[in-house]
Write a protein that binds this ligand. Structure first.
Ligand SMILES: [Zn+2]
Length: 96
């Protein structure tokens, strides 16, 4: 496990946070932990994690997401990135 101490420390918390992000992004209510800063399909996702006040970079290794910040493939940022990609594949774009 990582020593980053983000609230998003499992894939499941990342998935739940994505659901919250999806609902809140249009209203900008500010209750999400994650802010999506940049997204390039199959290259990287840059997130801002409010629980650690840091930018988090999720890159892709052979098509699989990998959190550079936590140095793991099973943190919440990876869970969030997987959901984001599924959303992208369905809509052809990420709106944030
Ligand atoms: Zn992470």
């Amino acid at each position: 496990m990582s020593d980053i101490n983000s609230e998003l420390d499992t894939l499941d918390t990342g998935t739940m946070e994505f659901m919250r992000w999806l609902v809140n992004k249009d209203t900008n209510s500010g209750s999400t932990i994650i802010i999506v800063k940049d997204y390039l399909d199959n290259k990287y996702v840059i997130l801002f994690d409010k629980s650690i006040s840091k930018d988090v970079i999720v890159g892709y290794r052979e098509g699989m997401p990998w959190c550079v910040t936590c140095n793991t493939d099973d943190c919440g940022h990876v869970g969030f990135a997987i959901c984001l990609k599924q959303n992208y594949d369905r809509d052809g774009q990420v709106i944030f």
